[in-house]
Design a protein. Sequence first.
Length: 251
Amino acid sequence: MSDRKPAGQFLDAAIGLLQRVREEEADAVEAAGTLLADTVQTGGRLFAFGAGHSSLAAQDVVYRAGGLALMNLLAVPGVVGVDVMPATLGSALERVDGLASAVLDASPLRAGDALVIVSLSGRNALPVEMALGARAAGVRVIGVTSVAYASETVSRHSSGTFLKDHCDVVLDSKIAVGDAELSLDTVPAPFAPASTVVTSALMQAMVATAAAVLAERGVEPPLLRSGNVDGGLEWNDRVLDRYGDRIFYRR
């Protein structure tokens, strides 16, 4: 019997989405994780970018216990989260042409690196331009997005394209346009977004794949441990020192 309470309905919806991406995105996750492993093994650096709430999933894999120490956040001032005032400024900046080019020019990204771009809609100028510019510079791009937006909305980039059109690998979160899983007659708007749950799960599945692929190749994955377990801080110090030239969040 289905749960009639909103909390249970939301959890059921999130679980259903997770099951879909597990079944339908398995090959893409494997490809994305392998791309990250290839980049680590060949001396490249790893970066993640997201704007607004998409930044939450990008931040979730940076300096993270159990994650790859080489994953750096490519931060764009004003669009990382809701710490700017007014909060609507971040959304406006996503639609500004030229911002991504300026960020890339000032960033440490170089040919041979990998960039994970998280954008639920993939329609705004910032993620599209970011993917275009990064690939032109020899950076390999993984896009984490909802492909449904490409058929149900109009691109806000001058090219008329979406993030998914400029990636080496695309992970489709399967989130419906509008990102709201529930509706009630008594509530005037749809509610309960699941994009963060699903996108973060995709990101962690990709990183887990990368670690396993490296290990299969005989390469020790540069993983961080929790600083709250005995020996964790010392472990992390060794990893951060060993790979210091490929880590930018500590400088």
